[in-house]
Design a protein around this ligand. Structure first.
Ligand code: SF4
Ligand code: SF4
Length: 662
């Protein structure tokens, strides 16, 4: 590391025309005659390498978890179950319905440890941070140093989102529902550590790629190296205030010379040298305990140790990019953008909407500053000079215009859907079929609600949407059913079920329409496939059992009901059997496997596995009988399961051959 000769710009604003930092440095110079040193690292520090390995290990664990799920669905491993997602957002289920899952336990552990050790999880455990660090590194290699955008009000967005996600459901149930929905009592806690539909709450691959592009790459370029953490991450919204309670902090000793190398290496934009000089420790809750500053300090002046916390103390000294009126305008803009983009096209998840809203706010603010001043620059880009917009400036204007057009389009769609829902909340189709078609004033409300929904259709159908959201189609299907237009409603529902993420409510409505419009055999086959994929959907199962009974298929109805009753017990049997097999206790696992197969006779793969277990224990005849039955059921299986069965049969035959060999 080298201290710059007097007059060189500092590392944090090197070459970016950053007037805010220039102001800051003038202030620093007058206080302590210190400017930030330029840090010319050619290789990673030891602690940075260690952190990289930890973050890569997190990625490997995530991949292993996904692989476990894939094996469970494709080959029936682990009884078809896997650990529920270890993802903090899963805690929403806990605060909404008392369902305790792996994500909730993980998030609670992370929160408690943050109150003790500070905001370590962001720096050492978050996969989005790895992406942001990677982008920062790439940009630096391209000679671009991301510059932090600092807004007092926008920094509160993560906390606001965290309160909405994790506190509002509790507040609604305990404080609001007693007056508005007395039936909505607290269901008590239940455990949901194992799941079949692991991916149910995750987006598809395309959305994931765009998510990483916006929340990992764009936020770094526009908002700074920890842009998404600062303006988009709801978990950070809780970690940040808890950090101030933590007794374990970065602290300074008497060796400090005020050289500011610690501040120069901090990618969380913490004014380390200032804070330790004033408070003896880092108090900024943006500190992610990366420990880069400790390693960078040439005087061994920093360490991490326990002591007084920062609760109730002074706030870190910061400079801001926006005036107060601009702050309020930016906050209002970000809120509107979030509402417009959330759920857009039926695919944009909440966190991606936050990233889009934050980047969009920055983009429009940058256009505003460009329009107002004669000279404007961003990082290495000269956007405007002497009142003339430069080539790069036109690029920014073009991107901002495109973003505004698409946002406006989404705004029309979202506002139309909202207006429709205010006019009329469509009933479920099941309910509609059981009651007369809407008449009188309700009929005119249904008509109006459908008219309001018209702009939510895609452009080819005369609407405003680039891609029509399945949620809006579903609303239309329910309204059409209320008008008695069942064929139209069915057409919409078929599209919904082809494109939407499966939910039991929508699929029950789809089933209700199938029973009216499809041949009975097709409806039954459809229901069996859906329930095989979602065996926990008790409501749909009840509908199907009732329908089978009403159509004279009493035996099938009994089978389906029996499956439901035995499901939980059978699952436990299978899990225990798998445990025993993994522990090499095959003899003890055998009766459990037999009970499981008896309880779930349609689980062909389990039957094949039982055959192999029987063979391995020398019960050759029984093994042959079970395998023959599994093979005879093979043609009815979905293709992926047929492949798995073929693998089981091959393994069975190989074992049989080796046993019969002299
Ligand atoms: S803590 Fe170390 S790196 Fe930071 S100002 Fe003091 S001596 Fe310099
Ligand atoms: S203050 Fe130090 S430990 Fe905290 S984020 Fe910055 S470099 Fe890392």
């Amino acid at each position: 590391m080298a201290l710059p000769p007097s007059g060189l710009s500092c590392a944090m604003c090197f070459g970016n025309g950053d007037t805010r930092n220039a102001r800051y440095h003038r202030g620093m110079a007058s206080n302590s005659s210190t400017s930030l040193p330029v840090v010319n690292r050619t290789s990673m520090s030891r602690v940075a390498k260690r952190r990289l390995w930890v973050l890569l290990t997190v990625q490997v664990l995530i991949i292993a978890h996904v692989l476990m799920w894939w094996l469970s669905t494709q080959y029936g491993w682990f009884g078809g179950y896997t650990l529920s997602p270890i993802e903090p957002s899963e805690s929403i289920e806990t605060v909404s319905d008392g369902i305790v899952n792996a994500g909730a336990i993980f998030f609670a552990t992370a929160l408690l440890s943050t109150a003790l050790l500070g905001r370590w999880f962001c720096g050492w455990g978050c996969h989005v941070l790895l992406l942001q660090d990677g982008c920062t590194w790439l940009l630096k290699r391209a000679g671009i140093r991301p510059r932090a955008f600092r807004s007092r009000l926008l920094m509160l967005a993560p906390l606001a989102l965290a309160l909405y996600m994790f506190v509002w459901p509790l507040a609604y149930r305990f404080l609001v529902a007693p007056f508005t929905r007395p039936d909505l009592t607290w269901p008590g806690f239940s455990s949901h550590l194992l799941v079949r539909d692991f991916w149910a709450t995750f987006p598809g691959v395309t959305v994931a790629v765009f998510f990483l592009g916006i929340c990992g790459v764009l936020t770094v370029y526009m908002l700074g190296s920890k842009g998404f953490c600062t303006y988009g991450c709801p978990y950070g919204g809780f970690f940040a205030p808890l950090d101030r309670l933590a007794p374990v902090r970065i602290r300074v000793n008497d060796n400090c010379q005020g050289c500011a190398e610690c501040t120069a290496v901090c990618t969380s934009n913490v004014r380390v040298h200032e804070e330790v000089a004033t408070h003896g420790m880092v108090i900024d809750n943006g500190c992610m305990k990366t420990m880069d500053c400790i390693e960078a300090c040439p005087n061994d002046a920093l360490s991490m140790s326990a002591g007084p916390n920062a609760a109730g103390g002074p706030r870190p000294k910061r400079t801001w990019d926006l005036t107060w009126p601009q702050e309020f305008a930016a906050a209002a803009l970000m809120l509107v953008l979030f509402l417009v983009w959330r759920g857009a096209w039926g695919v944009i998840p909440m966190l991606m909407a936050m990233g889009t809203a934050a980047c969009g706010t920055w983009l429009l603010w940058r256009v505003y500053t460009m329009v107002r001043s004669d000279n404007a620059k961003w990082l290495k880009w000269q956007l405007k000079r002497a009142g003339k917009v430069q080539g790069k400036g036109w690029v920014v204007l073009a991107v901002a215009t495109l973003f505004t057009i698409v946002t406006f389009q989404n705004a029309v769609v979202q506002a139309s859907a909202f207006r429709s829902s205010l006019t009329m909340q469509p009933h479920t189709i099941r309910h509609t079929l059981a009651t007369p078609i809407a008449t009188g004033s309700q009929a005119s409300e249904v008509h109006q609600a459908l008219e309001h929904l018209a702009p939510t259709m895609d452009l080819r159908s005369g609407g405003w949407a680039i891609v029509e959201s399945p949620a809006h189609r579903y609303a239309r299907a329910r309204l059409l059913a209320m008008q008695g237009k069942l064929h139209d409603a069915h057409t919409e529902m078929v599209v919904v079920m082809a494109h939407a993420r499966p939910t039991e409510a929508a699929w029950r409505d789809g089933f209700a329409l199938h029973t009216l419009l499809l041949p009975e055999d097709d409806t039954q086959a459809w229901a069996e496939v859906v329930l095989a994929d979602h065996p926990d959907w008790g409501g749909l199962r009840t509908d199907v059992v009732a329908w089978l009974t009403s159509t004279g298929r009493a035996s099938d109805a009994l089978d389906m009901a029996a499956e439901a009753m035995s499901l939980e017990d059978a699952r436990r049997l299978m899990l225990r059997a798998v445990d025993l097999l993994q522990a090499g206790r095959a003899v003890e696992a055998l009766p459990l496997m037999q009970d499981y197969v008896n309880a779930t006779p349609k689980d062909t793969l389990a039957r094949a596995a039982l055959a192999r277990l029987l063979l391995s224990l020398g019960h050759t005849t029984q093994a042959g009988v079970q395998m023959q039955r599994a093979i005879s059921e093979g043609p009815n299986l979905p293709p992926a399961q047929q492949q798995a069965l073929a693998a089981e049969v091959a393994a069975f035959n190989a074992m049989a051959e080796s046993k019969s060999a002299p």
